[in-house]
Design a protein around this ligand. Structure first.
Ligand SMILES: C[S@@+](CC[C@H](N)C(=O)[O-])C[C@H]1O[C@@H](n2cnc3c(N)ncnc32)[C@H](O)[C@@H]1O
Length: 248
């Protein structure tokens, strides 16, 4: 089994991945960021939606949201979060390498480093191709991740994140001449420790831009935060946005 197929990683480490703080940030970003100011009632595909951190605020904003993810248990949590928030969204259990729905969406979002998971680089490119295929002409893809440039300042420095009743120790290591990284996570609660690790590609802005081009996107832009700030030395994330061309 590949690491991303392991539900224990996503649900066992939920408290560091899907935090109330991230929910508040996502709600704020969707309400105020120019990057998320889509046309009213836009059809939005939330690729690798997890427990719905972005699905809920996108649906609350009036967009017609479809959340897709590999893990049915996470989709159940996303559906429950939508029910709690009294908003509607649709959910599908799919593999992002395989799922596309031609011309079905105005926007595709892929948030919080949900990209670069697959060993074969062609599979990662396929996720972008599937997004391109799923967009109607003029539609946009937004990918948000930790990039080479934003990761470089702290890669290798262990981090400790407090979680209710315990802590998660995170250690990471750069692999393959900065092509990939491995993160080791240990959750310690009382005298019980749980361990997991994940290995992911890490892209520079230039590399991800080139993948967007290969997938067919045009008007490709890079931003350094979720509010659309510049991708410069102060960037905290890499957000790449591309457009599917309208026919000439
Ligand atoms: C870092 S989480 C981010 C979730 C969500 N986008 C967010 O902002 O909270 C990555 C998600 O990718 C999903 N995932 C992993 N491999 C996948 C695959 N092959 N196809 C679809 N989803 C996948 C995981 O189940 C997980 O929910």
């Amino acid at each position: 089994m590949s690491w991303y197929e392991d539900l224990n990683l996503w649900s066992g480490f939920s408290e560091v991945l899907f935090t109330p703080e991230r929910e508040r940030l996502a709600a704020d970003v969707v309400a105020t960021s120019p990057l998320f100011a889509f046309a009213p009632e836009s059809r939005v595909l939330d690729q690798c939606c997890g427990v719905g951190v972005y699905t809920v605020p996108l649906a609350r904003h009036g967009y017609q949201v479809t959340g897709v993810d590999l893990h049915p248990e996470l989709l159940d949590r996303a559906a429950a979060a939508c029910a709690d928030a009294e908003v509607k969204a649709s959910f599908l259990q799919v593999d992002a390498r395989e799922y596309s729905s031609p011309d079905a969406f105005d926007v595709v979002v892929n948030m919080h480093t949900s990209f670069g998971y697959f060993e074969d680089p062609e599979d990662n490119l396929q996720v972008l191709r599937n997004a391109h295929r799923s967009l109607s002409p003029g539609g946009r893809l937004i990918v948000d991740l930790l990039s080479k440039e934003t990761y470089a300042s702290w890669a290798g420095t262990p981090k400790i994140v407090d979680v209710p009743g315990g802590m998660v120790v995170m250690r990471d290591r750069i692999l393959d001449d900065w092509a990939r990284y491995r993160t080791e996570w240990t959750l310690v609660r009382g005298n019980v420790a749980e361990h997991t690790s994940l290995t992911c590609y890490v892209y520079s802005a230039a590399e991800l831009r080139s993948m967007f081009e290969q997938a067919g996107f045009e008007e490709i832009e890079c931003f350094g935060d979720l509010n659309g700030g510049p991708y410069d030395g102060a960037a905290t994330r890499l957000i790449v946005r591309g457009t599917k061309a309208r026919p000439a």
